[in-house]
Design a protein around this ligand. Structure first.
Ligand code: PBG
Length: 302
């Protein structure tokens, strides 16, 4: 198997009210970008040969509430950034994350009722969030919230509002994982999060459930599916790829990134380990890989 720049997707953290960039302590080498620096970063990603980015917002805590209301504001950080990037780089494919965790004051992906994230209450907000993102120009809407039934609801809303061409990348198989730690730090939901996400994310002991989740999402209209985390779940990537004729994406998540980066920095492992890890996704059957190393590896292999 070979890896090409077309296989790689770069996650990008955007943050309001910062000048320039900000380092992320838990993810050495990854930055948060403000309005004044985001275009330069996108330009550098484009120069590396990577054509697709996945945007994640770091929202001011003053804008967070229990319902994640800011998610549906058509002038929020995500929507403004999508417009800004598309103006200068219309050819860049933008994947917009759909979930409430960057916007809630409790750090969960949905609305809480009786101590649990409530599926039905959350669906309506996700629908509006998807519409404002599509309206702003996002090419791909990526629900990472793991509520049941959201793909169908979002697809219907997009079609009704004239966004038939907007694709849906469903995080169909997302495990409740300890490997997301640095990401939660990066988007500022870590300190806020109470409890865990096990009532909506999958139990890592299950593999058959992955097949059921993907089948449901395809039926509801998903164009592509994501398996997440990556390396500890190569078996799941292969199972999904073997069972369905649909593009399967893999996410090399923040914890995987930090493990590799820290070990490379300490000289414990060689930096070729990064390429090796990414090729393993291809071997397992992934059609594309979201990785914090995307632009750097693309620079290396192009
Ligand atoms: C939540 C979300 C998470 C990630 C992307 N979207 C973490 C979580 O479920 O808490 C993790 C990505 C990573 O670890 O790199 N909507």
């Amino acid at each position: 198997k070979r890896l090409s720049s077309d296989d790689l997707i770069q996650p990008v953290f955007i943050k309001e009210d910062i000048d320039g960039t900000e380092e992320i302590e838990s993810m050495p080498g990854i930055l948060r970008y403000g309005k004044s620096s985001i275009l330069r970063e996108v330009e550098s990603i484009v120069r590396s040969g990577v054509k697709t980015i996945a945007l994640f917002p770091v929202v001011n805590s003053s804008k967070k509430d229990s319902k994640g209301s800011e998610a549906t504001n058509k002038n929020n950080l995500m929507c403004e950034s999508v417009r800004l990037i598309k103006e200068s780089f219309p050819e860049v494919i933008i994947i917009a994350d759909v979930a409430l965790d960057p916007y809630t004051d409790h750090g969960h992906d949905g609305i809480i009722k009786n101590n649990y994230v409530d599926n039905e209450l959350t669906l309506n907000i996700l629908r509006s969030q998807s519409l404002v993102l599509a309206e702003a120009g996002a090419d791909i809407i990526a629900p990472s919230d793991m509520m049941d039934g959201r793909i169908g609801k979002i697809r219907k809303a997009l079609d009704k509002e004239g966004h038939e061409m907007v694709q849906i990348l469903s995080y169909a198989v997302k495990y409740a994982s300890s490997f997301y730690g640095p990401f939660r730090d990066a988007v500022g939901s870590k300190g806020l999060l109470k409890g865990d996400k096990k009532n909506y994310q999958m139990d890592f002991r299950n593999s058959d459930e992955a097949i059921r989740e993907v089948a449901l999402d395809i039926k509801e209209g998903a164009d592509m599916v994501m398996v997440k985390p990556g390396m500890p779940y190569l078996d799941i990537i292969k199972t999904v790829k073997d069972n369905f004729k649909i593009p399967v994406l893999a996410y090399q998540v923040s914890g995987e990134y930090s493990l590799l980066s820290n070990s490379i920095k300490k000289g414990l492992i060689d930096k070729n380990s990064v390429l090796e890890s990414l090729i393993s996704f291809k071997r397992a059957g992934a059609n594309a890989i979201v990785s914090y190393y995307a632009d750097r590896i693309s620079d290396l292999i192009k």
